[in-house]
Design a protein around this ligand. Structure first.
Ligand code: GDP
Length: 305
C-alpha cells in the first residue's frame, strides 16, 4: 500500500492539482469544467477514446441530475474509473497465483527492450519462489548478450533455475528446452524471456508464433500466459506497443512498469480499456519487492485519496 501510494504520487498530484485548479471558484460542473477535465485526462495519457468515454459518462450524470456539485467531481470520476477498469479487468488478482493448475505453468514474456522486461521477470520469480514455487527462467532473448547475462544474474539473486543456450541461438529451441527443463526438474513454473527488438509486424508475428508452437509441442496446453510488459513512462508509445503486440499474438495479461517515474499513470486506465487485456502487475520501483498485483480499487483509491 505504501509502495503503491508512493508509486502513484506523481500521477496523483498532477491529476489532483489540475482538477482542483479546474474547479476553483466554481460550484457546479459545467461545460467549461468538463472541457478542462478532458484536457487533464488526455494529458495524463488516459488516451483519447477512453477520455471521451469517461467525459460522456459524467456528462450523462450531469444531464440526469441537472446539477452536479464540483466538490463531488473527484468521487464521481473515481467511480467511473473503477467501473471502467471493472469492465476490462474482470478478475482482481489477489495474489501471485500461477496462471494454470497444470504443472509446470509456462509464461511467455514479451515487450520491447528497455521497458523493464528482465526486471519484471526477476521480481515475479522472486514472488513465486517466496511462495515455495520452484521457478526456472528461460533466456529466450538470444539477440542481446546483456539480456542473457542479466537474466542469469536475476536467477542467482532469486535463487531459481536458469536455462540458456547462449547468444544467437534459436529462441524457439530455448523455449522448447526450458519447458523440458521445467518438466524434468519438477519446476512449478517456467518464465521465458523473448526478444524485444522492434520488429516489423510480420516478423514479430512469425517469431512469436514459432516460439508459441515450440512451447506447445514441448508441453500440451502451453503457454498458459503471455505477459506483455509496457513502460508507463512512455505514454502514447505504450499504446502503440500494446497494439503491435496484441495484433501479433494473443496477449493474456499486462505488466505496467515504472509507474513511480511518471505523472502519466492514466495510461493504465486507457490501455486496459482499449485492448481489453487485464492489467495483472504494476511496477512501482526498481526494488525486488516493488512489483504488485494490480487491484483496480486499490489503484484508484491511491490516485484519489
Ligand atoms: P528490459 O530491457 O526490458 O529487460 O529492461 P530492464 O529490466 O533491464 O529494465 C530497464 C531499467 O528499468 C532498469 O534500470 C530497471 O531497474 C528499471 N525498472 C524496471 N522496472 C521498474 C519500475 O517499476 N520502476 C522503476 N523506477 N524502474 C524500473
Amino acid at each position: 500500500k505504501q509502495d503503491l501510494d508512493k508509486g502513484l504520487e506523481k500521477t496523483k498530484s498532477s491529476l489532483f492539482g489540475q482538477i482542483t485548479k479546474a474547479v476553483a471558484g466554481k460550484s457546479t460542473v459545467d461545460e467549461e469544467v468538463l472541457d478542462e477535465l478532458e484536457s487533464i485526462l488526455i494529458a495524463s495519457d488516459v488516451g483519447l477514446d477512453t477520455t471521451v468515454k469517461i467525459i460522456d459518462r459524467i456528462e450523462e450524470r450531469v444531464r440526469r441530475d441537472k446539477y452536479l456539485n464540483t466538490s463531488e467531481l473527484n468521487e464521481i470520476l473515481r467511480d467511473e474509473i473503477v467501473q471502467l477498469l471493472a469492465e476490462n479487468n474482470t478478475v482482481d488478482i489477489e495474489d501471485y497465483t500461477l496462471p494454470s493448475d497444470s504443472k509446470p505453468s509456462i509464461i511467455l514474456v514479451v515487450g520491447v527492450n528497455g521497458v523493464g522486461k528482465t526486471t519484471t521477470i526477476g521480481k515475479l520469480a522472486h514472488q513465486y519462489q517466496a511462495k515455495g514455487k520452484k521457478v526456472v527462467l528461460g533466456a529466450g532473448d538470444t539477440f542481446r548478450a546483456a539480456a542473457v547475462d542479466q537474466l542469469e544474474i536475476w536467477s542467482k539473486r532469486v535463487g531459481c533455475d536458469f536455462f540458456s543456450k547462449g547468444m544467437n541461438t534459436d529462441p524457439a529451441a530455448v523455449a522448447y528446452e526450458t519447458v523440458q527443463h521445467a518438466i524434468q526438474n519438477n519446476c512449478d513454473v517456467a518464465i521465458i524471456d523473448t526478444a524485444g527488438r522492434l520488429h516489423t509486424k510480420v516478423n514479430l508475428m512469425k517469431e512469436l508464433s514459432k516460439i508459441r508452437r515450440s512451447v506447445a509441442k514441448s508441453l500440451d496446453g502451453a503457454p498458459h500466459e503471455v505477459l506483455l510488459v509496457l513502460d508507463a513512462t512512455t505514454g502514447q508509445n505504450a499504446f502503440e506497443q500494446a497494439k503491435h503486440f496484441t495484433d501479433a499474438t494473443e496477449v493474456s495479461a499486462l505488466a505496467l512498469t515504472k509507474l513511480d517515474g511518471t505523472a502519466k499513470g492514466g495510461v493504465a486506465i486507457g490501455i486496459s480499456d482499449q485492448f481489453k487485456v487485464p492489467i495483472k502487475y504494476i511496477g512501482v520501483g526498481e526494488g525486488i519487492e516493488q512489483l504488485q498485483v494490480f487491484n483496480k480499487r486499490a489503484f484508484v483509491e491511491s490516485l484519489f485519496e
